[in-house]
Design a binder for this molecule. Sequence first.
Ligand SMILES: Nc1ncnc2c1ncn2[C@@H]1O[C@H](COP(=O)(O)OP(=O)(O)OP(=O)(O)O)[C@@H](O)[C@H]1O
Length: 331
Amino acid sequence: MSALLEVTGLRISVGSKRSRTTVVQDVELALDAGETLGVVGESGSGKSMSGLAVLDLLPPVARVDEGTAIFEGRDLFAMTKGERRRLRATLMKMVFQDPMTSLNPVMRVGAQLRESVMAQGGVSRQDASRQAVELLDRVGIPDPAARARRYPHEFSGGMRQRVMIAMAVAARPKLLIADEPTTALDVTVQSQVVELVKDLQDQFGTAVIWITHDLALLAGVADRVAVMYAGRVVESATSESIYRAPRHPYTIGLLESIPAPHFPHQSALPAIPGAPPDPRDVKAGCPFADRCSFVIAHCRTEMPPLAVSQRGDRAACWVQPQVTMPSGKDL
Ligand SMILES: Nc1ncnc2c1ncn2[C@@H]1O[C@H](COP(=O)(O)OP(=O)(O)OP(=O)(O)O)[C@@H](O)[C@H]1O
């Protein structure tokens, strides 16, 4: 099966004409139709930038310098702005942490949903209105017919998040990029939103890229996980490999920092000491070396490539420690 989306060699820089800083490089991401890819990493690791680049929604200071993003056989980066806009109206959608970035504050929720439904074409206005109410019902909004006549500000945070997801799936996109949409929500609502996206994905066959700093959130959700650090993908593997036999020390550190009750036998909570490097301060070798407990001399002189294992998993580490997470870490 060929990939729905395959990003290779993605490099993004920010800045002005005179000085630019590379914030994302050599990023490779791939997912098949209907699949879920988790993209995880600390703040500033380049997760959002990578997602925004796929949708042509980068902020004005940022630009794609290199790379391809093949979506259904065509390179997104070679398309015109108009073509990309049309794709965003139908085939690929993004949901953000702040729902108000994708909801129109002065338009009734039902009308916004109706427009999204109509974007796929071939749907009458009346039918689209009916589908809008159905979608509100599907995402768990009580009394959906009455709620459709309300404005976004009349919804609570969690409910607004659901409306935004309903908006995103209304046009039956093939790809949904969810950029930390649950971060501002409490844990219960968070897992409800995750379940909701999973349900909608099963129903509509949508592929989902979940961007998050929370590796625990992706357990049981993602088919594959790409771990990003300092603008690069440092490990990319099936969920099973990531959670049971991670090969990159950063992934191991992230797993070890997941607090109980996920890992009940874990007494202390060893966060990864140190901080990621400043992207303006480029040094030779692996960017994780200074924080890594497995570091060897070679790490400080040469950047390890994203090497492919026999199982098709990838890790950018010279050492690739053989660690098996206890079965309790099977979240
Ligand atoms: N508008 C901007 N102008 C300049 N630099 C930016 C801008 N937005 C992000 N960056 C820089 O780009 C890099 C990647 O940021 P990005 O937002 O993609 O990271 P992230 O992993 O998504 O982090 P977060 O979880 O905080 O959203 C960071 O070094 C960040 O400082």
